[in-house]
Design a protein around this ligand. Structure first.
Ligand code: ZN
Length: 111
C-alpha cells in the first residue's frame, strides 16, 4: 500500500498549515495519481485526520493523469502507465508522473 504514506503526509502538512484561529475548511481537494486506489486513499486520509480539525471535512478527490511518450511515434499523451498511444496504439513510457497525492486546495465549499 504505497499510497498510504504520501496521503497521510499531505494530511499532516495541511493540518500544520491551517491556522488555529480560522475555522476549519469546509472542503479539501486532493489530487491523486491515476493508479492510486481511491478507497485506500480515502481510508488513509481518514485515519490521518481522525480526531483533528480535518476530521469529517469532506474531501474531493481528483485524479491526475501521467504524461506519456509513445515509444513508436514519440507522440506525447496523457494517461496511466497502461494507456496506449491514441495515434498508433503503441506502448508509451511515462515521462512525467504526477505526485501520488497532493492537496491542491481547501476552503469554503464552492457549491
Ligand atoms: Zn504512437
Amino acid at each position: 500500500m504505497h499510497e498510504r504514506a504520501p496521503i497521510s503526509k499531505e494530511a499532516t502538512k495541511l493540518l500544520e498549515e491551517l491556522s488555529i484561529r480560522e475555522p476549519p475548511p469546509q472542503v479539501v481537494t486532493v489530487a491523486i495519481a491515476a493508479d492510486v486506489d481511491i478507497d485506500t486513499a480515502r481510508d488513509a486520509w481518514e485515519s490521518a485526520t481522525e480526531g483533528t480539525r480535518l476530521d469529517g471535512v469532506p474531501v474531493e478527490w481528483v485524479v491526475r493523469n501521467a504524461l506519456l511518450v509513445c515509444l513508436t511515434c514519440t507522440r506525447e499523451y496523457e494517461g496511466d502507465k497502461l494507456s496506449r498511444c491514441p495515434v498508433c496504439g503503441g506502448d508509451g513510457l511515462i515521462s512525467e508522473a504526477p505526485p501520488i497525492a497532493q492537496v491542491v486546495s481547501w476552503g469554503p465549499s464552492a457549491t
